[in-house]
Each structure stands twice: as C-alpha cells, then as structure tokens.
Design a binder for this molecule. Structure first.
Ligand code: F6P
Length: 537
C-alpha cells in the first residue's frame, strides 16, 4: 500500500474549492437541474440491493474529483494487496484474510495451505452444527442440546449477534444466548434460564485472554461443575464446552478437548471474524446451509469490489461520499438507521467495524494526523428513532449524513399492512430530510414549523433480508470502511488504543481487591472513585 497524505493530493485541493460551490446549492436544486439524478446516482446490485445515493450534496463534478482522489491515493493497489494476501496490517506484520473465508473463493488468494485450513474449519463447523441441530450430539445425560451460549466480546460477539438477530426467521429451535458483558447480572439472567445437561458453551476468543470472556467462561465452568450432580470428567466436559480461538494451548489448559477447538487464523481481525469459526453460533442457529449462503453473498460483493471500475464500484463510491462529508463538510457523525427491527444491532456492529478500524490519529508514515479520521457511528431502528432523535435530524443545527436501510419484502408473512407503513416511513424520512417543507402552508405561516431540508442520506434497499443479501450488505460495509482507511492513510486492522484501557483495568482490579484502604498512586479523580468504592467494601 502506498502511504499518501490525502490532503496533499491535487483532487483534495479541487474538492476544497468545489465545496464552496456546493455550499451555495441545495439538494432540491440538484434534483431540479438533473432529471436523471436517480439513474445517475444509484446502483442496483443484481436486483438484490439498491444503493440510492442521489439525496446527497453531490453532482457529477463531485464524483469526478472524488474518484480522482481514490486514484491518487492508489485504492486499487490497496484492494489488490488485501485480496492477494500482502501483509497490509503492518503494525502487526500480518495479512488480512477475511475475504479468503468466504465460500468457494479460490480465485483471489493463491495459497493452497490457507484454503485447506479454511475448508477443514468449515467442515468442522458443518459437522458440529448438523450434529447439534439433528440431536445426534447428546449432553452427558443423553439429552439433546437445547441451548447454545456464545461467550465472547467485541468481534467475538457483535457479528454473530447482529447476524442471528437479523435472520430471526431462519432460526431453528435452538435457544441462542450471548454472554459478553462482565457484569454478572447478564450471567445470572442466562444461567437462570438454562440447564447444564442441555447446554453447549462456546468460548469465542481469538486471544483466549480477554478479561471479560475468561471471567465469564470460568464462572460458567464453575456453575456447570456445581450443577451436574456427578464428578466432572473430560468426556462430560467435551460434550458441553467448545472453544473458538487462535490460542490453542490456553484453550487446552482451560480443559477444552483438542477436538472441540476450532482454530481461528491469526490473519482474521476480531471485527471481521463472523465468517470464520467465530460464526459457529450463526451456523448452529440458522443451519450450515444458510451460513454458507451468508458467505456466498459476501463473496459476491468481494468480487464486485475487486473487479468493478471505481465509477461503478459501490463500496468505493460510498466510502468517497463518506469522506466528502467527514473531511470536507466537517460532519462529525454518521447515523445508521435500519427500518427493520431485527437489524437493531447493526448500528453497534458498525460502530466497532468503523470506529475500531479507523479511529486512528497516526498516519501510515508515522506522522500525527491533522485531518479527521473515523466518523462517530451511531443510530437506532426506524420507526422508533423518528420519535426521539429525528427531531434533531430534521431541524437541528448539525449536519448528519444517514444510511437508511430497509427491505422491500418483509420476512414476516403476517400483518402485511405493517410493512407497507414501515416502508412509507422509510422513504418519507429521506424525502423530508432532503427537501423539507419550505414551500408549504405550515412553513409560510409559522417559522417554527419549517424544515429547511438539505439533509443528506443514502438509501440502501434490500429486496429481502436473506442470508445471501445480508452477506452482501456486511461485506459492502467492510470494504467501504477499508477504502476510507486507505484514503485517510491509516492502518485499519489494528486496535492498539483498546489495549491501554485493558492494561489499567487489570492492575486496578488487583488494587481494588487488596484489603488495604491505602491505595494512593492514582490521579485525584480515579483516587476519589477508588475511595468511594472502598468505603463500601
Ligand atoms: O476490544 C478489543 C478487541 O481486541 C476486539 O478487537 C476484539 O474483537 C475483542 O477485543 C475480543 O477479543 P478476543 O476475541 O481475543 O477475546
């Protein structure tokens, strides 16, 4: 990858000048001038997802300069480097291989060993899923497994949670629980609902050392031993505990049977890992065939991203529009608003994907960055959001680009009138945001009722939320975020910032555990908080 400061490119300068022009116009004007605006600024991907980016502060000139920015910052080189397995995660000296995990994919990376590995892991996921779902896999009392408990956090949690919730209608009879937070209230809630003899615990941790996951896993292990009424032996344990990890030795030390360990390649970043063995809980919940379709969808978007020229390349175009707002219009945030209740975890999932990847301030040359990097990602489901934060979107002072996501066909066959109303609201909001009501009677009569419009948004319209289409959507966001990182000249695949918080939590934990009241090596604020805690213990 080339390390180019984007602000020093010619296109950046052009975009800065162009911004002044665009500030004089309105989205309404842009639509008046160009009758084919929708055709010019939307891409229908195989009739499976429609990307409408016409309600933005862009015209053909904007797109022209943005495409030049992608060219000047060598985005195509970067894409090739990732797909061909070059070590683009420089700070950790690793390749970035999540695209190699997508099913039937051997036309990119030429590395047989890695594909054999991936195939073996997939076979294991398939076997475990089939055995558990069919009931062939029995617990230690010979009962079928009813409950799956995924113990993991961050990338070892958010992807499987978001996918399985989004694909509710594909779920089988297994009860799926996610234990991520170290707060024991969550653990208690789960163990109150399950019996050990009917439960399978997946300890999902790439490092097998994350404090939250290991604390939860140990407590679950103790609870399991206490509640099985016979002495634990290896055979019993292996009927109920599985590990997904890159740290095989620690999993063995924990007591996991070697055959129950699903390896996770070190080249798969946590937030990109739902396609890997971390996806075991997905496969268990919706079946291996559906998991495979998810991978195939992602693979299809990979292929589009890899082979389509920049002017029709969806992830690149959308990344450029995001940079246009973040770095030129100085918008601080981006809202993700799914008009689909089952997709309510998409904003949290994209928070990690975007902010952990691109929340950086040192560039690839080792210089302190003087421009903006990751936007703040936030959001909630529509229509709920309409009755809370939308007021600010419509009439507030901040400019907040939004992604509106919906599906044309509902997954629910009942109460069909709800879906039509949902979609009416979905389209209505983007229209109200873009065009406002300045010519309306209510606005002319009362200034407080005026919505001035001019608020940008993208509409991402899926045909239906199927495993394949969800694979397309997630892969699209992964690549969009990757391109933003490439252009912003940062390393998107590490997360060193998170480490400091972990380190301090570890030694603070030791201090909080000490009997002594005299802990005083901290700053005055932290010391005050420690004293308050100690007062009660
Ligand atoms: O929060 C930081 C992080 O390292 C994430 O990147 C990762 O997804 C999460 O912790 C969990 O890590 P692990 O899978 O190693 O437990």
């Amino acid at each position: 990858m080339k390390n180019i400061n984007p602000t020093k490119t010619i296109s950046w300068k052009y975009l800065e000048n162009h911004l002044q022009e665009m500030k004089k116009t309105t989205i309404n004007d842009l639509f008046k001038i160009d009758k084919n605006r929708f055709e010019n600024f939307s891409i229908n991907f195989e009739n499976k997802i429609l990307f409408d980016y016409s309600k933005n502060f862009i015209n053909k000139t904007t797109i022209h300069y943005l495409i030049n920015l992608a060219k000047e910052t060598k985005c195509i080189d970067a894409i090739n480097s990732m797909f061909y397995g070059k070590k683009i995660n420089i700070t950790e000296q690793k390749s970035v291989l999540h695209t190699a995990l997508r099913y039937n994919h051997n036309y990119f990376l030429k590395n047989k060993k890695i594909y054999n590995n991936i195939d073996k892991i997939l076979k294991k996921i398939e076997n475990i899923s089939n055995n558990i779902i069919s009931g062939t896999w029995k617990g230690y009392t010979n009962k079928k497994i009813k409950n799956i408990i995924n113990i993991g956090i961050g990338g070892s949690h958010l992807g499987p949670l978001m996918v399985t919730e989004s694909l509710q209608e594909y779920k089988n009879k297994l009860n799926l629980f996610f234990l991520s937070n170290i707060d024991s209230n969550k653990l208690i809630k789960i163990i109150n609902k399950i019996k050990p003899e009917e439960s399978l615990f997946i300890i999902a941790s790439k490092t097998f050392s994350t404090q939250e996951t290991m604390t939860n896993a140990l407590s679950i292990k103790k609870w399991f031993i206490k509640n099985i009424n016979i002495n634990l032996n290896k055979d019993i344990f292996s009927k109920h505990f599985i590990a997904v990890t890159n740290n095989i030795n620690s999993a063995i030390d924990f007591g996991i049977n070697k055959n129950n360990i699903l390896p996770l390649l070190s080249e798969i970043g946590g937030r990109f890992s739902l396609w890997s063995s971390i996806g075991l809980s997905i496969s268990l919940s919706i079946g291996f065939n559906n998991f495979k379709k998810l991978l195939q969808g992602a693979n299809k978007m990979d292929y589009h991203f890899f082979s389509t020229p920049i002017n029709r390349n969806i992830p690149i175009i959308m990344a450029l529009i995001s940079i246009w707002y973040n770095n030129f219009w100085n918008t601080e945030t981006e809202a993700i608003i799914p008009y689909c209740d089952n997709m309510r975890f998409l904003p949290s999932y994209l928070q990690q994907l975007n902010m952990e990847s691109n929340g950086k301030s040192i560039d690839r040359n080792g210089n302190k960055i003087k421009y903006q990097t990751s936007p703040i990602i936030w959001g909630d489901v529509g229509t709920n959001g309409q009755h809370s934060f939308f007021q600010m979107l419509h009439q507030g002072t901040k400019l907040i680009p939004c992604d509106f996501i919906a599906s044309a066909i509902s997954n629910s066959k009942k109460y069909t009138n709800h879906h039509i109303k949902l979609i009416a609201n979905y389209i209505a909001q983007t229209k109200a945001l873009a065009f406002g009501n300045i010519n309306s009677f209510s606005c002319k009569k009362n200034l407080y009722q005026c919505c001035f419009g001019n608020k940008p948004s993208n509409s991402i319209f899926l045909k239906k939320i199927t495993p394949y289409n969800l694979g397309l959507l997630i892969s699209y966001y992964e690549h969009k975020i990757f391109i933003q990182g490439v252009i912003l000249n940062i390393f998107s695949f590490d997360q060193w910032g998170v480490e400091l918080g972990k380190e301090i939590a570890n030694y603070l934990y030791k201090d909080l555990n000490k009997n002594s009241q005299n802990i005083n090596q901290y700053d005055y604020s932290s010391q005050g908080l420690i004293n308050f805690y100690k007062h009660f213990h």
